[in-house]
Design a protein around this ligand. Structure first.
Ligand code: NAD
Length: 489
């Protein structure tokens, strides 16, 4: 059965959108799982509620041509299964009205589509590496082979950035307005990132073009959130079993979704707020909110949950002490350290996160989230720790989170089993553990890793003592008991 030829069963919410009325006013690069369950779904919801014509032409540049063929075979409609704790809602999405792939249609067709007059937004989910930014300089990586190609032969681009610059060149030559370039990748200040890449490449090709882009294009940042796991054969089998529809383009995801968008578009934009997105002047505070409240709590649960013998975040949340500790961490420690626009409902956000973390259909592994802690702790914990030290306010749950991380990177769990610690600094942790048997010294040595911790933390005796006490508590009683006893203080 295919989605296009099959009457949908009762468990699917069939689309009411008339795709024939849609125009490709959005071109989206990166038809991956996330786009299908996020921006395309938001746009679909807007179309369901209004008589708009905001269609999406989806493009994949590298892999994914087979998926594009399958999508075409079902008139660009596909299913999204939102898996909640108690029920799953399956929606048929119909906001995509066209698709292109250089392997199927040629590069020129892709460029010409982006240069068509009606295109107002080019959006992207191309993963972090798609921007070709050199992280040491924060600038476009001119040595990236794709970028080198795009400098040498701009009309035959290979990178997503090269396609965008070439399409903007054609629009300028043809006297058309520029489009908005909107990144939806999970990158901090993603709009700024996209701007650096696009202007960086344009300058290397043609300085006048770069100046035109700079004054005619905007690069709004967006904060995106929804867990959309990679689609596996099991995902598709499960969706077929639920719906009776065999859809090779289907995706499954959690019910939660969030999209905060900097309202800075050179032409029009769909009213995504009708579907629950939020337009703001500045996305940065919302990124901080996500990093501290969501990601920070996730790390806390990952380390203390793993040590407590829990495999998944939802298992950890089933322990009421961990759940209460997480809520306290979110509201009493992280939320108070933020500087949000007036009216932001942080208590409501925390409540949603608690529900989301508790969803047993999301098998989010504590081990997976615990990975690369040395890269995550600075954004998730350190900013708010500095806030609390400055304001002499309570940070006990952050100290406990750090102590949990310290035990975790010690590489042995509470049953004496080896932990597979994946982290760029894994060897540093081994060296520190091997050379510091004494707990206070070990804590100090770990706090002395200055790529993770601000120097002000190690210099603060009270902070070092608080973390050391939490470390000892876990060492003596185990993580579960440590969380329980700290909850009652
Ligand atoms: P995916 O693997 O399903 O799709 C990745 C897409 O990116 C594909 O279309 C691929 O062709 C394209 N791509 C990869 N490298 C590229 C490159 N160098 N240039 C151009 N295109 C490239 O992954 P996904 O789940 O769709 O995730 C895509 C991005 O969405 C992530 O990197 C992340 O930034 C963001 N995101 C994902 C989730 C999630 O839960 N999946 C959540 C929030 C944000």
């Amino acid at each position: 059965m295919s989605i296009a030829s099959t009457p949908l069963t009762a468990s699917v919410t069939p689309s009411q959108v008339d795709q024939k009325k849609l125009k490709s006013r959005i071109v989206h690069i990166g038809f991956g799982a996330f786009h299908r369950a996020h921006q395309a779904l938001y746009t679909h919801d807007v179309l369901e509620k209004t008589a708009g014509d905001w269609g999406i032409c989806v493009i994949s540049l590298f892999s994914g041509h087979e998926l594009i063929k399958k999508l075409r075979a079902q008139q660009h409609r596909y299913l999204v299964a939102e898996k909640g704790a108690h029920k799953t809602i399956v929606k048929e999405i119909a906001s995509v009205n066209e698709s292109l792939h250089p392997m199927l249609d040629g590069k020129q067709a892709v460029i010409e589509k982006m240069a068509e007059q009606q295109v107002e937004i080019v959006s992207m989910t191309i993963t972090e590496k798609g921007y070709c930014i050199d992280h040491t300089t924060g600038k476009l990586d001119e040595n990236n082979p794709l970028i080198q190609n795009d400098i040498a032969t701009p009309s035959e681009p290979k990178s997503a950035i090269g396609y965008i610059v070439e399409a903007l060149r054609l629009r300028r030559e043809r006297g058309l307005q520029a489009f908005t370039v909107m990144s939806c990748d999970n990158v901090q200040e993603n709009g700024h990132n996209a701007q650096i890449a696009v202007l960086g490449l344009a300058r290397l090709q043609d300085n006048e073009l770069a100046q035109w882009i700079e004054s005619h294009t905007t690069f709004p940042s967006t904060m995106v959130d929804r867990i959309v796991p990679a689609v596996t054969p099991e995902t598709l089998t499960e969706i077929t079993a639920m719906t009776g529809v065999d859809d090779p383009c289907a995706v499954a995801c959690e019910p939660f979704r969030q999209w905060i968008i900097e309202d800075n578009f050179v032409q029009g934009r769909p009213d995504w707020n009708i579907a629950g997105a939020e337009f703001v002047q500045n996305v940065v505070p919302f990124e901080e909110m996500k990093l501290r409240m969501l990601n920070g709590s996730h790390s806390f649960l990952a380390y203390l949950g793993y040590l407590g013998g829990y495999q998944h975040i939802s298992d950890t949340m089933a322990n009421p002490c961990y759940q209460q500790a997480t809520l306290d961490l979110m509201l009493k420690v992280q939320a108070v350290s933020l500087n949000m626009p007036v009216g932001t409902d942080l208590a409501g956000y925390a409540e949603l996160l608690i529900k989301r973390f508790s969803n047993p259909s999301l098998k989010h592994q504590t081990w997976q989230i615990a990975m690369d802690g040395s890269q995550k702790i600075p954004q998730r914990f350190v900013g708010s720790l500095l806030f609390h030290l400055q304001h002499e306010s309570d940070y006990k749950w952050l100290a406990m989170g750090i102590a949990g991380w310290m035990h975790y990177v010690g590489g042995v769990d509470e049953q004496g089993k080896i932990i597979d610690v994946r982290d760029p600094l894994a060897q540093t942790f081994i060296d520190i553990n091997d050379s510091h048997y004494n707990h206070p010294q070990r804590v100090k040595a770990l706090l002395g890793i200055d790529s993770i911790f601000d120097k002000a933390l190690l210099a603060n005796d009270e902070f070092v003592e608080t973390v050391t006490t939490a470390y000892q508590l876990i060492a003596t009683h185990g993580a579960k008991q440590a969380v329980t006893s700290l909850s009652s203080l």
